[in-house]
Design a protein around this ligand. Structure first.
Ligand SMILES: [Zn+2]
Length: 169
């Protein structure tokens, strides 16, 4: 396996459909949950819900149509600010699933060796689906539902079950 392959798979969540530019500044003077989607509200809330230390997560520009990725050297996650607000929850969850994978398999090389990028991406999306995500571009079916196989769902469940042992903080 090459670093190039790792880099390719780590650049995750390429949208299957065009993203409308929906970035908007947070209106901190109103009830954001009612009146609009607050990008950073969604982001920080989901990172906290997942028990993550926000210092391991950052928001920074990524290549076009890339919602997020995990740095395989540092395990720091980057989320693109171009991610539509209503997808932030699901993109964060997908990237978190990659952290579960590396924790479960021990390292990125081992995780990758299990089934390559396709398996890792589909498995991450199946985890995300089980966590309530609706945006699952690697396994999603237009109109709703997912194509996760029983085997993929089994392993997605295994990752989630292992999480209680993986909480780092
Ligand atoms: Zn991914």
């Amino acid at each position: 396996m090459t670093r190039r392959a790792l880099t390719t798979f780590a650049v995750t969540l390429v949208a299957l459909t065009s993203w409308a530019w929906s970035w908007r500044d947070a209106d901190v003077t109103s009830d954001l949950r009612v009146t609009s989607c607050s990008w950073f509200g969604e982001y920080y809330r989901r990172v906290a819900e997942l028990g993550e230390d926000r210092t391991h997560w950052r928001v920074d520009t990524l290549p076009d149509r890339i919602g997020g990725w995990v740095d395989t050297k540092t395990d720091v996650v980057t989320i693109s600010p171009a991610t539509p607000c209503d997808l932030v929850h699901d993109v964060v969850t997908h990237e978190w699933a990659h952290l579960l994978q590396v924790a479960y398999y021990g390292d990125w090389d081992t995780a990758y060796a299990v089934g390559g990028a396709t398996r890792l991406e589909r498995e991450a999306d199946c985890v995300s689906y089980l966590m309530g995500s609706h945006y699952t571009p690697y396994v999603g079916i237009p109109g709703g539902g997912v194509t996760c196989t029983p085997d993929e769902l089994f392993w997605a469940n295994e990752l989630l079950k292992s999480h209680s042992d993986l909480i780092r903080r």
